[in-house]
Design a protein around this ligand. Structure first.
Ligand code: ZN
Length: 180
């Protein structure tokens, strides 16, 4: 292969599958000594979560795992992203429900609902808790399963409910079931 062309010889084909998801096939030949090929599929999903209380942790692990399965993801990464300023997502123990109530109890003590807040909407504690906990988590996927520890679960964190919320899932896929 001509070395001058080596770094620029990149072919990309993008097509849309019949399930409406964008798939990509990339073949990159960098130079005669360094060539590799990889497949990358990206899939986006949006879950709806209806919360019941002002502050609440909702276990969404099985719903995320169901989306991994229905997307046919074998290996890759799942990003869970919450597009809200008064909610969050976290990973913690799902076996004992006391853990989530203890987390909420301490977060509510750390950030009291009444204080000398300046935000006119009156929900500053929810904004603060959202920032403390964070808007996203990244979880590995191996052999079609989320890579979580025995006791770990994925929790949507409501801090200004009850409301109907969205959770965005994005899969960066190394392999699909059909490639195995
Ligand atoms: Zn606000």
């Amino acid at each position: 292969m001509d070395k001058c062309r080596g770094l620029t010889e990149v072919t990309v084909r993008i097509f849309q599958s019949n399930r409406g998801k964008f798939n990509g096939f990339y073949r990159i030949l960098a130079n005669p000594f360094f060539s590799f090929e990889f497949h990358s599929w990206r899939t986006n999903m949006i879950l709806t979560v209806k919360t019941q209380a002002q502050t609440e942790l909702t276990d969404i692990t099985s719903r995320v795992q169901d989306e991994v399965r229905s997307a046919g993801v074998s290996d890759g990464i799942c990003m869970v992203y919450v597009p809200h300023t008064t909610a969050a997502v976290t990973i913690n123990e799902s076996a004992d429900p006391s853990v989530k109530s203890d987390i909420l109890m301490i977060l509510n003590q750390m950030v009291p609902w009444k204080a000398d807040y300046r935000h006119m909407e009156g929900n500053s504690p929810a904004h603060i808790k959202s920032t403390l906990v964070g808007a996203s988590e990244m979880i590995g996927i191996e052999n079609g399963k989320l890579v979580l520890g025995t006791w770990q679960g994925i929790f949507f964190c409501e801090f200004d409910g009850p409301r109907t919320r969205k959770v965005h899932l994005r899969f960066i896929i190394d392999k699909r079931e059909s490639d195995r």
